[in-house]
Design a protein around this ligand. Sequence first.
Ligand code: ASP
Length: 297
Amino acid sequence: MTAGLLGIEGLGRPEIEAILERSRYFQSPGRYDTLRHRLIVNLFFEASTRTRTSFEIAAKRLGADTVSITASSSSVSKGESLVDTLNTLVAMKPQAIVMRHSASGAPHFLARHLSTPIVNAGDGTHEHPTQALLDALTIFDRRGSLENLRVAIIGDIAHSRVARSNVHLLSRFGASIVLCGPPALLPRELEQLAPGVELTNDMNEAIRDADVVMMLRVQLERQHEVPMAAGEYFRFYGLRLEHMALAKPDAIVMHPGPINRGRELSSEVADSQRSVILNQVENGIAVRMAVLEKVVA
Ligand code: ASP
């Protein structure tokens, strides 16, 4: 991880465990000054609420200075290339750059050319490592282990960097994973992401005996075909309370956000006792503190 954090795929279980351990320490709110006088740049070329805000809060809680730049307010909108933008920022000597980009592999490409550590805050359909880490922390908080848990990941799998990062992480910890979505959003090759990953188009089958039901947003911004209408999608792939009767009695519902009520899940589920969606948001700060500290210190 000397070059930052680009994905879960390149991390071993001990590295993941170390980040989660440090995140647990940061779960108690407070100010920790381990990154005082350091500068973290947040560079977001795609929309974000949770990720950008929580990276910023995380950096501040560690005592670092932060600058947040969004594509629309940067010189990217004046035609500057990605490499020139990054070189300009690097010249200001930040200790890390947190970056979100619509192109899969963009942070990996830049990491090869820059000496400043890059933290991937989501690259296209590829990876969203801090999301998988905060998801794991949230599951650990409830279950104490990922071993032998059945995790159903449901929705627009094809375009989901959250699904990919989660598959890499969960499979390292012995969870059994079932991916579910409409045929057009569930490419068969995803079976090869990790050994033992199951694929199904049947939502009931995915949820049966699940310990964790992770719903995903339909990524309309990445779909090139005419998407299913919200109502039709909800009929076949929207999570409703009655589905949860098929899952384990203490199963939890997760979603990386932003949620679309009435498309991916009903309000009854989103606001139910089973939903840990806001716990995920809260854990995002602790995990991002652990990641920034590791990358910069
Ligand atoms: N916030 C997550 C991401 O950036 C999930 C989503 O947007 O649907 O990938």
